[in-house]
Write a protein of this length. Structure first.
Length: 197
């Protein structure tokens, strides 16, 4: 069994900082969270601009923050801006608090579980770089999250949807799409279940 790469641990540990705004969304008014995310996006965008405008600063960034970003992000926009903007749009577009909260947690915890398990014991590859083991870990975590927010049937459907969405290799960063698409899918499923009843 291979150990978990240190860089992957660093990235996912940093990724868990998103739980700050995730739980902020649950306990604070929606407009405050949107405002806070907007400010955070502006700060990160400014930092990214400075990083690319001044090569020496980017070299300093790459030397001192290695492991917190993927190698392909060294000279491209980092994943944090995609994560923040995806959360911003999911919160702004979808009104159901439980649905959005679940979608944010699917990314923060489900995606992290998929990456850590996939890089550690992933042997059966699906969808390019994704593994069956990582996808199962994602499903398990998302299903548990759903049990705290929905009934068993909805939790199961939501976990399956989240796992499929996480496994797809999106053209843009999956940190952006996963939150929005999960919220959209859960909203659609919720509406269908209400209509069927």
């Amino acid at each position: 069994m291979d150990g978990i790469p240190k860089d992957e641990i660093k990235r996912k540990a940093f990724h868990l900082l998103s739980l700050i705004y995730v739980f902020g969304y649950w306990y604070l008014p929606k407009n405050i969270v949107i405002f806070g995310l907007g400010i955070a996006m502006a700060i990160v965008a400014f930092f990214e601009y400075i990083r690319f405008k001044f090569p020496k600063f980017n070299v300093f960034f790459k030397n001192n923050f290695k492991g917190f970003y993927r190698s392909q992000e060294a000279d491209k926009i980092s994943g944090i801006i995609w994560t923040l903007s995806g959360a911003f749009l999911a919160i702004a577009l979808f009104p159901n608090k439980s649905v959005v909260f679940a979608s944010l947690l699917y990314l923060a915890l489900g995606d992290a579980a998929a990456a850590l398990v996939g890089t550690t014991i992933g042997r059966h590859k699906i969808f390019t770089s994704k593994s069956l083991e990582g996808s199962f870990a994602c499903f398990t975590v998302c299903f548990i999250i759903g049990l705290f927010l929905f009934n068993v049937q909805f939790a199961l459907i939501g976990a399956i949807a989240a796992t499929l969405i996480e496994a797809i290799a999106w053209k843009l960063n999956d940190n952006f799409w996963m939150q929005i698409i999960n919220a959209g899918v859960l909203t659609a499923i919720s509406n269908i279940m209400v209509w069927v009843k």
